[in-house]
Design a protein around this ligand. Structure first.
Ligand code: TMP
Length: 207
């Protein structure tokens, strides 16, 4: 059995919540402290995943909810096996933009797929690999919508009602797993939000 030596930190939130800016700031900060990191994302963090991302975000014909769920899970299975686990075994700090909680929030709470089944399928796809820390960037849906560009992808085009369900899904997940999932108020400046991120990650890594 492979032994995980590094740390696994995931970033979550609705589209337009600002998590990608924050994960890049965190990566730079950790590197400046001499830490070895791997910055990656879902969907699209592996070679197979790059093709799946293209389908997931830009496929123009209707996609069944369960087909969408299995495509995200396929991306995750490949990503964990080929990218995340090897980096963790080398002792790296893996920073991942979206992971299992995205499937629970989007396909579960928003699309209505069964949460217990999603949990079970996530466990299969990841070989039970959970994050050590997940930061949810909680933001007003309207503010997040304004941040999205004009050319929206398949998921970004969903209604305000859909994104509100995703947001509430994340809040429910953070209530269910308070040890692992920490929520940060993302309705503030980049600097203020990053100071909370540094505090949470600093506590995990003892820095
Ligand atoms: P990104 O734009 O943050 O890279 O995320 C891609 C989109 O995919 C985003 O709208 C959220 C969605 N998504 C899911 O619906 N389920 C998942 O499991 C993941 C990882 C992402």
């Amino acid at each position: 059995m492979k032994l995980k030596k590094g740390y696994f930190i995931t970033f979550e939130g609705i589209d337009g919540c600002g998590k990608t800016t924050q994960i890049e700031l965190l990566d730079n900060w950790l590197k400046s402290l001499g830490k070895e990191t791997l910055l990656t994302l879902e969907p699209g963090g592996s070679n197979l995943g790059k093709d799946l991302r293209q389908i997931l975000l830009h496929y123009e014909k209707p996609v069944a909810d369960t087909a969408e769920m299995f495509l995200y899970l396929a991306d995750r299975a490949q990503h964990v096996n080929n990218v995340i686990m090897p980096a963790l075994c080398e002792g790296k700090i893996v920073l991942c933009d979206r992971y299992t909680d995205s499937t629970a929030a989007y396909q579960g709470y928003a699309r209505g797929c069964d949460i217990n089944q999603i949990n079970m399928l996530n466990d299969i796809a990841t070989g039970n690999l959970q994050s050590d820390l997940t930061i949810v960037f909680d933001i007003d849906v309207q503010t997040a919508q304004l941040r999205l560009g004009k050319t929206k992808d398949r998921l970004e085009k969903e209604s305000v009602d859909f994104h509100t369900k995703v947001k509430n899904g994340y809040l429910e997940l953070s209530r269910l797993y308070p040890q692992r999932i920490k929520t940060v108020n993302a309705n503030r400046t980049i600097k203020e939000i990053f100071s909370d991120v540094k505090k949470l990650v600093g506590e995990l890594l003892n820095i």
